[in-house]
Write a protein that binds this ligand. Structure first.
Ligand code: MG
Length: 249
């Protein structure tokens, strides 16, 4: 099932995406999933980020291929940082360069938390996941190198494109994650190359940070990171979920 969030006739609602059609949901699927007998054409709605996270917990250096690319050893524990809720944008929205020299894309699998998770065991972790989405961990690469904290390098406005939907049925341990810049493939990896799996990440993070419904874990990017410039179109594709497309302002 593909859950979307959108504006239609000036109102924001959640729905289920079915091909070119969206079926409205009553209220908030994080509380209770109730389908209505009301449908919209996909072309008639403006898709938004499919969830409203209180926070995004992102993981650095979580693919063997990317650790190799940047010449870093494989980390012994997940390396976490935050992206603020204010950095979130939706499909087709514009990514705005806040004034850095190098603005990078990072294709990632996003994990969407379905219920409050605190001190969760690895074996129970997937019970706290509602589904998965495409995530672009937009990064000001020069600021990341320059600053000891990554707040502006990773947390500037528009630096967290999420979407287009939350897929609730996906084998997160074996999916293809790709980035296309102006139609040209730049990143391609299978999540089987992840250093820390989704259950390991949910469990590890929740030992010290309570995850709330709608929160997103950005699971890290594979090899092939690179810069974007004004006018570019960046697409993050995760097999089984869809394509998250954004434009560089
Ligand atoms: Mg990243």
């Amino acid at each position: 099932m593909k859950i979307v969030r959108y504006i239609v006739d000036g109102k924001t609602e959640y729905g289920i995406l079915d091909g070119e059609r969206v079926q409205s949901l009553a209220g908030d699927p994080f509380q209770k999933l109730e389908k209505l007998e009301r449908y919209h054409k996909l072309g008639d709605v403006k898709l938004l980020a499919p969830c409203v996270p209180s926070k995004i917990v992102a993981i650095g250096l979580n693919y063997h291929s990317h650790a190799k690319e940047v010449g870093q050893p494989v980390p012994k524990e997940p390396m976490m940082f935050f992206k603020p809720s204010t950095s979130v944008i939706g499909p087709e929205d514009k990514i705005v360069n806040p004034g850095c020299q190098r603005l990078d894309y990072e294709a990632e699998l996003g994990v969407v938390i379905g219920k409050r998770a605190s001190k969760v065991a690895k074996a129970e972790a997937l019970n706290y996941v509602l589904g998965y989405t495409c995530f672009n961990d937009v990064t000001a690469r020069d600021w990341q190198a320059q600053d000891s904290q990554w707040s502006r390098a990773k947390g500037s406005d528009t630096f967290a494109p999420i979407g287009p939907c939350i897929e609730t049925e996906l084998d997160a341990g074996n999916v293809l994650v790709e980035a296309y810049l102006n139609g040209e493939r730049k990143q391609q990896a299978n999540t089987s190359d992840l250093i820390f799996s989704v259950p390991e990440l949910v469990s590890y993070i929740s030992q010290v940070i309570t995850l709330l419904p709608g929160d997103v874990i950005a699971t890290g990017t594979p090899a092939g990171i690179g810069p974007m410039k004004s006018g570019d179109v960046i697409e993050i594709k995760v097999a089984g979920i869809g394509t998250l497309r954004n434009h560089i302002a």
